[in-house]
Design a protein around this ligand. Sequence first.
Ligand code: HEM
Length: 227
Amino acid sequence: MSAIAINRTTFFCRTPVAKKVVMAVTGVILFGYLIGHLAGNLLIYSGNPAAINRYAELLHASPPMLWTARIVLLVAVILHIIAAAQLWLLKRRARPVGYCRKEETGSNYASRTMIWSGPIIALFVIFHVLHLTAGKIVPLAMAGHEPDVYHSVIDGFRVPMISAFYILAMVLLCLHLYHGLWSMFQSVGVSHPRYTPLLKRFAATFAFILAIGFISIPVSVMIGIIR
Ligand code: HEM
C-alpha cells in the first residue's frame, strides 16, 4: 500500500463516519448472537431438559469453533465500546455547553440511556458468564459428568435478586437495542421521512421481542412454569 493510501485510511479511521461504521458492524454481530442465543435458550420450554442440554453440548463440541466465536464476540464488544466512547467524546467536544431547552421525545429517552445502559449491559454480561458459564455465583448443576444447563438456569433464577438483576438488564438491553438499531439505520443512510416511522417501529418491535423472550425465562422460573 502506498504512503498516500495509508494516510487516507488512517484519516478515514479517525472520522466519525468510520466510528459509526464500526458501531453498526459490531452491533449487527452482537445482535445476531443475541437472536441465536435466545433461540437456543427458548429450548427450555420444550418440556424436555435434554433439549437445551444437548444444544449446550453441541456448542462446546468443537473447542476451536467455540473459541473462534468467543474471540469474535469479545473483539466486537471491545470495538463497540471504544467506538461508542470516541463518538461520545467527539459529541461533547463539539458541544461543551448543553442546549438551553431540549424537546423530550421517546427516542431522546432511549438515546440518553445509551451512555449508561451500555456499561450496565457489559457488567451484566460479566455477571452472566460468571453465573452460567463459570458457575461462580450459583454452583452449576451436573448431569453425571456433563453440565446440566437446564437445572443450572432454574437454580439461578430461583434466587429473586438474580432474576431481578437479569430483568433490569434485559429492560436496558431493550432500550439499548431500540436506539442502537435505529441509529444504525441512520448511519448507513437507510433513513427517509416516509420510512422513518416504519424503521422506528421495526427497531422497537425487534428490541421488544428479544427482551420479552429473555425476560420470560426468569419470570417463568419464578412463577413455576419451568421447574
Ligand atoms: C434469561 C436470559 C438468558 C439465559 C437463560 C441465558 C443462558 C445462558 C447459558 C445457559 C449460558 C451458558 C452456555 C454454556 O456455557 O453452556 C450462557 C452464556 C452466555 N450468554 Fe446468556 N443467557 C441469557 C441472556 C443473555 C444476554 C441478554 C446476553 C447478552 C447481552 C447473553 C450473553 C451470553 C454470553 C456472552 C455467554 C457466554 C458464551 C460462552 O460461553 O462463551 N446471555 N447464557
